[in-house]
Ligand binder design. Structure first.
Ligand code: ADP
Ligand code: MN
Ligand code: MN
Ligand code: MN
Length: 338
């Protein structure tokens, strides 16, 4: 007997990479091992030197096929087994290893929008639905298109054993969110990419496209972000407040460098309106959804916990965002301890 292993990887499409996948039949009792693909068809190689290597990094049960079948998140290597230039995971895991003692943990709030025929799902074919207001955490009538897909996705995440924590309808009609965490690096990135793949794949069955476009509709409609919640052991421990403030201050010294890597089209979304701070500015504050970084009220009360970086776009690469946050916050903590 044999089972199906769905190999999933991140391609080289610019400016934002796409997910790719293909199925390998594996003999029962064997593990899904190294595999390859034609990089000239994924913007990862030239036709004359086309082979790229798929290195499995995270395996979980396939909730769609069931049985013994599995999903296999991969990183892409060159034929000499060094990381491919599009491989952002390797640098993330090296940074995580370097700052291992800080026990950095992440929770992502992935927002996304369902599209059909080039329009947000359930929107009239011309013009707009009623203005924003009733949709966030809404229920009833024809206001909540896509809920069956959200339910299927959540059930699939649970069956796969992935760290989904919740879901909610968002401010713009046809926009939704799921949360995933609390995870370390680089595993949080593996799981978020797999969660995205499951969402895209399940939406296919409904003739719907789930997009991570950060600003699918211009004008007075919220964009889609991927708020990144972050903590270190020092921030979570008793007396973590000083470390929390130090983390915010350190992040404030790298605004341009971070925002540039927080997802393509970030200037379109971080306008200073629609619950965002302007991309060129930096602020942090308790309960402040207009700040770059929000400190949740519970954290301010307990004087320990985590911070929410509200700037990453829905289309950000979690490996990159995690690496930048660890690099900035953990190295400043080490400097302070010296
Ligand atoms: P919001 O009020 O911003 O919509 P959500 O409930 O959607 O908040 O998301 C909260 C996020 O905070 C979750 O992704 C969760 O994993 C994350 N989180 C909670 N505690 C921690 C922690 N100690 N470290 C990192 N992330 C955390
Ligand atoms: Mn949220
Ligand atoms: Mn949200
Ligand atoms: Mn949030």
């Amino acid at each position: 007997m044999a089972y199906q292993a769905e190999y999933i990887w991140i391609d080289g499409t610019e400016p934002s990479p796409l997910l790719r996948c293909k199925t390998k039949i594996v003999a029962t009792g064997k593990q899904p091992g190294i595999w390859g693909f034609d990089g000239s068809s994924t913007n990862q190689a030239t036709g004359s030197n086309s082979d790229c290597v798929l290195q499995p990094v995270f395996v979980c049960p396939d909730p769609l096929r069931g049985g013994d079948n599995v999903l296999v998140m991969c990183e892409v290597l060159l034929p000499d087994m060094s990381p491919h230039p599009t491989n952002t995971r390797r640098a993330c895991s090296e940074t995580a290893e370097r700052f291992k003692s800080h026990e950095a943990r992440f929770g992502f709030e992935q927002e996304y929008t369902f599209l059909q025929n080039g329009r947000p799902l359930g929107w009239p074919t011309s013009g707009y639905p009623g203005p924003q207001g009733p949709y966030y955490c809404g229920v009833g009538g024809d206001k909540m298109p896509g809920r069956e897909i959200v339910e299927r996705h959540t059930a699939a995440m649970l069956r796969a054993g992935l760290g989904i924590e919740g879901t909610n309808a968002e401010v713009m009609m046809a926009q939704w969110e799921f949360q995933i965490g609390i995870l370390g690096a680089p595993e949080g990135g593996d799981q978020l990419w797999l969660a995205r793949w499951l969402l895209f794949r399940i939406a296919e069955d409904f003739g719907v496209w789930a997009t991570l476009d950060p600003k699918p509709i211009l004008g007075d409609w919220n964009g889609a972000g991927c708020h990144t919640n972050f903590s270190t052991k020092e921030m979570r421990d008793e007396g973590g407040w000083d470390a929390i403030v130090r983390a915010c201050e350190a992040i404030g010294e790298h605004v341009g460098e971070h925002v540039e890597h927080y997802g393509v089209g970030i200037e379109m979304r971080l306008t200073g309106l629609h619950e965002t701070q302007h991309y060129s500015k930096f602020s942090y504050g308790v309960s402040d959804r207009g700040a770059s970084i929000r400190i949740p009220w519970q954290v301010a009360q307990d004087k320990r916990g985590y911070i929410e970086d509200r700037r990453p776009n829905a289309n950000m690469d979690p490996y990159v965002v995690m690496r930048l946050l660890m690099q900035t916050v953990c190295s400043s903590a080490e400097d302070a301890a010296r």
